[in-house]
Design a protein around this ligand. Sequence first.
Ligand code: 5AD
Ligand code: SF4
Length: 471
Amino acid sequence: PRPEGGGAHRRREAFLAKTVCIKSYGCQMNVYDSARMADVLAPEGYRSVASPEDADLVILNTCHIREKAADKIYSELGRLRVLKEARAARGRPMLLAVAGCVAQAEGAEMLRRAPALDIVVGPQSYHRLPDLVRRASRGAGPGLVDTEFPVDPKFDSLPAPSAPGSVSAFLTIQEGCDKFCAFCVVPYTRGAEFSRPAAQILAEARHLVALGTREITLLGQNVNAYHGAAPDGAGEWRLGRLIRALAAIDGLARIRYTTSHPSDVDAQQIAAHAEIDKLMPFLHLPVQSGSDRVLAAMNRRHARSDYLRIVAALRTARPDIALSSDFIVGHPGETEADFQATLDLVREVGFAQAYSFKYSPRPGTPAAAEEDQVPEQEKSERLARLQALIESQQRAFNEGTAGRTVPVLLDRPGRRQGQIAGRTPWMQAVHVPVADDRELARHLGRIRPVEILAVRATSLAGRIAPAANAA
Ligand code: 5AD
Ligand code: SF4
């Protein structure tokens, strides 16, 4: 039983006054994890704030995928240390925590490099944040480190999402990776592949929809390796089956998923694109390189021809499907001819959008130890050439929607006043003018037919088709 009485009210006020600022770096799973960290801290009395200046607890949810991403964290910690000292001088302590993949990869080493840090917590143990925060606020002892992979998955002890319904929400269904691509730290930082039970995912999805969510993006390092326990306990579900069950939820309008691995694409996944209307015609399917030699060096477990075969099958199933990918240029051993093969694959597939990166050696990964590293200059040149090609494809893809009327899920206020923003089925961002807040509220969370009037570099502008606006 909770002690109540004389000072309880004041105590509760102090308790409620705590603030947390969570800054998310890197991938969408970090965005999801950051939201869940806020959920787990809410019962402790922590309210989320946007700026670290106003925070009693600052959490950096970090990314370790490339060197630059990790370096950013140490410079941010330098700035936060100054803030922490200034607050301490005013008698207002601030706790500083690092979560995510840098925390997992560097562990206690982070406390040595950044002594102002109070907590280092990995991506599989952040459900223990309340305990860590309580212990850290008690004493001036050394910083706390929790980078375990607990046997009880964190999902079993996280409270239900509490954020007041964002129209478009993320939902992690699978985490970790057993693929061990030669360049990648993820199998070390996120751990072994793990699928959440289907019943747990369906419950979370229903909960999100009840809070106002209309679109769910299923997240995982390899979502299409999903093999969660079936709700009735009889065997396992693959991704296609899970999407089918999610599509049956009333009120849920759109389903997406990311990221997929080519060697885990199965017939069920492809059939889902043909048969499930709520599943959007867009797929992020990283290929990394168009050269078989480099794909083998990367340990990708598929050939260039496999990728092209999957793309053809997807396009047969869903002719208007738009494709996106990730590319790495300058992987150890990559020659100009290998790079040409990548450009050639891009031309052959035709992408609606794609991300490309210079290879960045990550400590502890096999590729980092290779001798035939590609010079930085070479990497930069190849990246520029690839990005020019990708940009021209993206522009051409976007221009294909000019003048058409397309269904747009209006999911957020625009960045500018008098604007609402949303996405087409093919993931293109669209901005639409609105007269006032009332009109904005009327459209938010709705799918409206939008006439595309202008095509910009990475987004579209349009207006709600007149007939729909009158409705
Ligand atoms: N260097 C550069 N890019 C990388 N990625 C993963 N590891 C590295 C690395 N060491 C890219 C891959 C992956 C995306 C999330 O990040 O393209 O698909
Ligand atoms: Fe990294 Fe490869 Fe796993 Fe993707 S599939 S997370 S690139 S190891």
